[in-house]
Design a protein around this ligand. Structure first.
Ligand SMILES: Cc1cc2nc3c(=O)[nH]c(=O)nc-3n(C[C@H](O)[C@H](O)[C@H](O)COP(=O)(O)OP(=O)(O)OC[C@H]3O[C@@H](n4cnc5c(N)ncnc54)[C@H](O)[C@@H]3O)c2cc1C
Length: 409
């Protein structure tokens, strides 16, 4: 039987959806999924949104109930770490000494949090956010009148700031870069987002880092690199993640900002595949290697990798896509708008779309910011503009009386 086994390392979003897709696509051999966390695979986006707001319990984000795995013939091994891949013998070693043999191996180990490298980062009340337990601890800190300092004005930091404001906390965001989300968004979009936060009462300090966190046993004050001090009751940092590549590197697989995979999401070893946040794949649309930390990428790679494990030779082709919810605002991002040099706005009711083009008019991205009801449909149409990457007349895009669909022709 083991000669037919698929082993999935990482019981997260992409690994779980790949196991589901394997069954849907007709893989009849055994499937084992090994996950370091003690809980069944769960959806992470609600952790920084509904869970912080108390609208969803932190332990209610699972993709499937536990018995779904046994009903689908998926052997789910939780609370166990894969410590080594023995590619020559097609086996993985677990931290309890067990050895499991595979026919095909899928690495879906995701990414791990960067730890704040300053004195005091281990004090109580200093939190980061990736898991349900962390979300529950942060949610408990967000009480009316509390002073919350957020380090990092990335998507997670801004979502935490929004939840804290909704919970009537005082919020200060510290960002080392001069602007928020400079690598992901054009300045017009990030400025609009930050203005919205300011109007809600969030304070921002750009262009300064953190040098220490002070407190006796609990965080009491954040000391910034410019010498200023911000008293706080709790602190949440979101300073990015790094791909979990140690296993792959130790097994001799090609690794460079993620596990390097070909268009079939296959690693440098024929029988070893990878999917999700951990992959460095080649994005044909933008003709460049890419690593994405996004829900849709985890979902879409899972489907494609399952089909390739079965032997279908399907290329991974997609339009990069990301969303974030802050307050009642939704931000949707298609493509790589930060590559654009010209940006054009279009109103959609009270919401906005932003077209990003290169100097020669080629579309590289579209962002939508506003109510999900207003932007969802036009963003689906705008995605076609990115997919075709045709030249679009910016004045036609700006004219809200013109339908978007024909612009992609
Ligand atoms: C709080 C939060 C909010 C988010 N919100 C959004 C959003 O609004 N929109 C969006 O597009 N994306 C969002 N994302 C990103 C999205 O959730 C991720 O891109 C997605 O979870 C990636 O899935 P993955 O399977 O690659 O990784 P993961 O879901 O991280 O799964 C990897 C799993 O592998 C396990 N693992 C690692 N190494 C080993 C090992 N050696 N042995 C066993 N197990 C191992 C890890 O513990 C983990 O459980 C958010 C992420 C977070 C953390």
């Amino acid at each position: 039987m083991d000669t037919e086994r698929v082993i999935v390392i990482g019981a997260g979003h992409s690994g779980c959806k790949a196991a589901q897709a394997l069954r849907k696509q007709g893989w009849t051999g055994p499937i084992t999924m090994v996950g370091k966390e003690g809980c069944a695979p769960y959806d992470r986006p609600p952790l920084s949104k509904a869970v912080l707001l108390g609208k969803k319990a932190h332990d209610q984000c699972s993709f499937f109930p536990l018995d779904w795995y046994s009903k689908n013939g998926i052997d789910l091994v939780l609370g166990r770490i894969v410590t080594r891949i023995d590619a020559a013998n097609k086996a993985v070693l677990l931290d309890n000494g067990e050895v499991h043999r595979y026919r095909k191996l899928l690495i879906a180990t995701g990414a791990e949090l960067n730890v704040l490298p300053v004195a005091g980062a281990d004090l109580a009340g200093v939190e980061a956010l990736r898991t349900p337990d962390q979300a529950a601890r942060i949610a408990a800190c967000l009480q009316e009148g509390k002073r919350i300092v957020v380090i990092g004005a990335g998507f997670i930091g801004l979502e935490v700031a929004a939840a804290a404001i909704e919970k009537k906390c005082h919020v200060e965001v510290v960002e080392a870069a001069p602007v928020a989300l400079g690598r992901s968004l054009p300045a017009t979009v990030s400025d609009a987002l930050i203005s919205f936060h300011r109007a809600k009462g969030v304070g921002f300090r750009f262009g300064t880092g953190v040098s220490a966190i002070e407190g006796t046993s609990h965080a009491e004050c954040v000391v910034l690199s410019d010498g200023s001090r911000i008293p706080c009751d709790s602190m949440v940092y979101g300073i990015g993640v790094r791909p979990s590549t140690n296993l792959a590197r130790d097994a001799g697989l090609a690794v460079e900002n993620g596990i390097v995979v070909n268009k079939y999401l296959q690693t440098s070893e024929d029988d070893i595949f990878a999917c999700g946040d951990v992959t460095n794949y080649f994005c044909g649309l933008f003709n460049q290697p890419m690593r994405m930390e996004s829900w849709k990428n985890a979902e879409e790679q899972a489907e494609v990798v399952a089909r390739n494990i079965i032997g279908q030779s399907v290329s991974y082709e997609h339009v990069p896509w990301f969303w974030s919810n802050q307050y009642d605002l939704t931000l949707q991002v298609a493509g790589l708008p930060a590559l654009g040099t010209r940006h054009t706005e279009r109103s959609v009711g009270s919401s906005k779309l932003y077209l990003s083009q290169t100097d020669d008019g080629k579309v590289v991205g579209v962002c939508g910011l506003g109510s999900v009801r207003e932007i969802a449909m036009p963003m689906r149409q705008a995605k076609n503009l990115v997919q075709t990457r045709h030249h679009v007349d910016a004045s036609e895009f700006a004219d809200e009386s013109r339908p978007l669909e024909p612009l992609a022709d």
